[in-house]
Design a protein. Structure first.
Length: 464
């Protein structure tokens, strides 16, 4: 068991730069210094409820003290003291209430087959592995293209994105277990090279697990974006159909741990696709959260929708026709928020952009998948509303990491409630301009009023 305090308190001068530079908290220098002092001492500062766990503060700190890791430590302490709220079960792989467990029975046959194939390790040893990451399993169709034929795909959500998304939640003991599991799996695969479909896994495997948890992966690991650039520069990737669209690129939180490598790569690929790139005011190291990290403070779905919609509106105001992301988690979050809040933007993963520039039409099942996930969220909320046991806080069962990983264990039956909601949300009765207009208006109204109630008129979140 390693020490979970990765914050270097010895170099902190309480300058408050980490919090005053934060594009979300927007603290004044005086308020930032006071809040940081309380955070250092483990006192209530308001920061833990409002942080969107986006990594930016680490890049702002002039002394390289890792203030982001201090927030994770405080969340870790809170978890050890209180456990997690029931709603968090939706992002706990292997839990029967998780999105994965409930989504798989709803998937079309071709995507169920993809999931089984991704999980199967047989015959994959010693090859170039595309490691999908857990959230790519929400949209396996993204990898269904000839561009990736030189890569052997492996992925299982029960690797927990190599600990990525739970690192953001401060579940540091669980991260250590996830890291040890992925290390064992990769040792069994003996990959020639690992290409990560998600920036989170690249950061975990190359930076966070070895530097903070002492878990070293003895393989060459590169991001999918780096691999695509190699294909482009070598001439193996031919882009013949300029897409001629104005796009904004969303830079995900884990990309900030990589410096400018991913930011430059994503933009070079998009430009090669013939896209007209427009930058949002918050980009690269200042990029705002897609919404996932925004829910980490209070595990609030409304926080997720509010911050996700804020990002969509920023892309709209920049003049973009499309929002492009290179993270599978951001892709699914934006797709859900887009349907709940309403947005004129088209949403694409960078892989889909490349596929279109190759002259092909991607499957792009984004909207259908978003409504399936909304059905799962609704079912879980209803279940918690009527079942006391479903509302109880919980601790993650670490014995999950000792269980055998079966490729076929993806579930085949949905509950009657989920089947009903899935059918309803897929119907014309729901997906029409009137019903969706009412949905969008209602969600926007809720967000508007809760924002007004939360702020005191100064634009700053008060410190307790």
């Amino acid at each position: 068991m390693v020490n979970k305090n990765f914050f270097d308190a010895s170099c902190c001068r309480l300058c408050g730069t980490c919090l005053s530079s934060c594009p979300v908290l927007n603290f004044s220098p005086v308020l930032a210094r006071a809040a940081k002092d309380k955070l250092n001492k483990g006192l209530d500062s308001g920061v833990l409820d409002s942080c969107t766990t986006c990594f930016s503060c680490n890049s702002y700190c002039p002394n390289n003290c890792h203030p982001y890791e201090l927030i994770l430590l405080r969340w870790h302490e809170r978890y050890l003291r209180l456990g997690l709220p029931a709603i968090a079960r939706m992002v706990i792989p292997g839990d029967i209430s998780s999105i994965w467990s409930q989504l798989y029975p709803l998937l079309p046959t071709d995507e169920k087959d993809q999931i089984r194939n991704w999980r199967n390790m047989e015959g994959k040893q010693g090859k170039d592995i595309l490691l999908t990451g857990c959230f790519s399993s929400f949209s396996p169709y993204l990898a269904d293209n000839s561009l990736l034929t030189d890569l052997t795909i492996y992925g299982d959500e029960r690797l927990w994105c190599s600990g990525g998304h739970i690192y953001q939640l401060g579940l540091l003991d669980v991260v250590e277990k996830a890291g040890l599991r992925v290390k064992k799996v990769l040792e069994d695969l003996r990959p020639r090279r690992i290409v990560t479909m998600m920036a989170a896994e690249h950061a975990m495997l190359t930076i966070i697990l070895p530097e903070k948890f002492g878990i070293h992966i003895n393989s060459n690991v590169i991001t999918l974006e780096q691999w695509l650039l190699q294909q482009l520069h070598s001439g193996s990737l031919s882009l013949i159909t300029p897409i001629r669209r104005r796009i904004a690129i969303h830079d995900n939180c884990f990309s900030k741990s990589e410096g400018d490598t991913l930011w430059r790569a994503a933009r070079e690929i998009a430009s090669a696709c013939g896209a007209d790139l427009v930058e949002m005011p918050h980009n690269c190291r200042d990029s705002l959260c897609c919404g996932f990290g925004a829910a980490a403070g209070k595990f609030s779905l409304l926080d997720l929708i509010e911050h996700g919609s804020k990002r969509l509106k920023e892309a709209e105001r920049s003049g973009a026709d499309c929002l492009v992301t290179y993270c599978s988690a951001c892709y699914f979050i934006f797709s859900v928020v887009r349907e709940l809040y309403g947005s004129r933007l088209e949403l694409y993963h960078l892989l889909e952009l490349v596929e279109m520039a190759r002259g092909n039409k991607p499957l792009h099942r984004t909207r259908q998948r978003a409504f399936q996930i909304i059905a799962i969220i609704t079912a879980n909320i209803l279940r918690m509303g009527f079942n006391d046991a479903a509302r109880r806080r919980f601790y993650i069962d670490l014995s999950l990491f000792e269980r055998e990983l079966s490729p076929d264990d993806i579930g085949s039956e949905s509950t009657r409630l989920l089947k009903f909601l899935d059918t309803l949300y897929s119907s014309v009765a729901f997906r029409n301009i009137v019903t969706l207009g009412i949905l969008h208006f209602t969600v926007r109204l809720i967000i508007y009023f809760r924002r007004g109630l939360r702020h005191d008129g100064s634009g700053e979140i008060p410190v307790s």
